[in-house]
Design a protein around this ligand. Structure first.
Ligand code: NAP
Length: 360
């Protein structure tokens, strides 16, 4: 018998209007669940219409919108009442300078604390899925190192003064990584103490794949940089190393498999990264894929800054290497090909009017 089934009652998703959250809602519907989609702003159609449209797509389950905010204590009491599972995807992000690292850290840790309080109040939740990040896995390591779920971002930090809560506001992405590590430990600890529900974390890396709404463009996100390459600009993010790509549909589907799985236990974590080396690509390979998928577009490629690096080393920095073997083995996750992921990312961005392609 699955840990959770659609007949057990509704399930709730936080951050449901977001890029990953919207796909989690869609995957749950495909598995027959009634979904309480928790959003912050019911008055912005760009954040709600793509979810409500799913109610007209013929799925047996239904989407119901609930307004809640991570920073408001008890905000999720009502949406979580009678739910059999909670999929906690939402968090304050730093995209486009929306929040500084301290706000990202506090929002994640305190926000998840509020969510957990509502889970405990409901008393009906059996599985809690926390969307962490590869940022909670990746730590200083030699090139070529292959990360697994046993790795923590806090490893090998003994001599790293940056890994500290002091002056967090000035520390770039460290606040995000520290928040994800701290929150993963917290959700496992609270679930263990509570004893009524199990907590499982997912750690996605470079997430790409179809956008369901204009708001999924997210300035500074991986998809945003891919869109800029389609408009002829060079690759401006991650060009020093590899893009280790996972499909947003696989990140979402894995979470539904986790609420139902008999194999998962409290404290388990799943790295959602490339299936194999086909999804670990440098910016030249990324450009080559895009040129093949969109032959009429003059896709941007390596930035000028990469030339001296290639001259010296002959290749980009060989990291991060990580594969989603555990999710595929434990959960039976079937992943999308890199070509499908890149095509769907680019095509949906153009269809939504987010990218004006530079034609040849
Ligand atoms: N995309 C990636 O490459 C990637 C990789 C690793 C991990 N992740 C993780 O995946 C999760 C989703 O990220 P995403 O890429 O889908 O970004 P996103 O589209 O910006 O989603 C973030 C969601 O969090 C919600 N949120 C923000 N502040 C909130 C608050 N105070 N109260 C309630 N909800 C709030 C947002 O809702 P509003 O828009 O209504 O504010 C939004 O729906 C995050 O936990 C992120 O850390 C993403």
């Amino acid at each position: 018998m699955p840990a959770v089934a659609s007949s057990d009652g509704p399930v709730a998703v936080t951050g449901a209007s977001g890029y990953i959250g919207s796909h989690v809602v869609l995957s749950l519907l495909k598995h027959g669940y009634d979904v309480r989609a928790c959003i912050t702003d019911p008055n912005n159609p760009d954040k709600t219409e793509h979810l409500l449209t799913l109610n007209r797509a013929g799925y047996s389950g239904n989407v119901e919108l609930h307004t809640a905010n991570l920073l408001d204590n008890r905000s999720y009491d009502r949406p979580f009442a009678e739910c059999s599972a909670v999929l906690h995807v939402g968090t304050a992000m730093g995209y486009g300078g929306a929040n500084n690292p301290r706000q990202v850290y506090d929002g994640a840790v305190n926000g998840t604390g509020n969510v957990l309080a509502s889970v405990r109040k409901a008393g009906t939740v059996k599985r809690f899925i926390y969307t962490s990040s590869f940022a909670a896995i990746g730590h200083p390591a030699p090139p070529g190192y292959v990360y697994t779920e046993n790795d923590w971002a806090s490893d090998n930090r003994d001599n790293d003064p940056n890994w500290s809560l002091d002056n967090l506001e000035e520390k770039g992405e460290t606040g995000y990584a520290m928040a994800k590590v701290e929150t993963e430990h917290m959700v496992n600890r609270v679930a263990e103490e509570d004893g009524q529900f199990e907590s499982i974390s997912v750690c996605p890396i470079v997430v790409l794949g179809p956008l369901l709404s204009k708001v999924h463009e997210l300035i500074g996100s991986w998809q945003w940089f891919l869109g800029r390459m389609l408009s002829g600009k060079p690759c401006e993010r991650g060009w020093q190393a590899l893009w280790n790509i996972v499909d947003v549909r696989d990140v979402a589907e894995s979470q539904v498999l986790m609420i139902e799985s008999d194999v998962c236990r409290n404290g388990d974590r799943y790295q959602l990264s490339a299936t194999d080396e086909s999804g670990e690509i440098d910016c030249m390979q990324l450009q080559a894929h895009l040129l093949q998928l969109f032959p009429h577009i003059d896709v941007g490629g390596a930035p000028d800054e990469l030339a001296p690096v290639l001259e010296k080393y002959g290749k980009v920095y060989d990291a991060p290497r990580a594969h989603c073997d555990k999710a595929r083995t434990d959960l039976g996750l079937q992943t999308h090909t890199i070509e499908d992921t890149l095509r769907e990312t680019g095509q949906t961005m153009m269809d939504l009017g987010l990218v004006t392609a530079k034609l040849k």
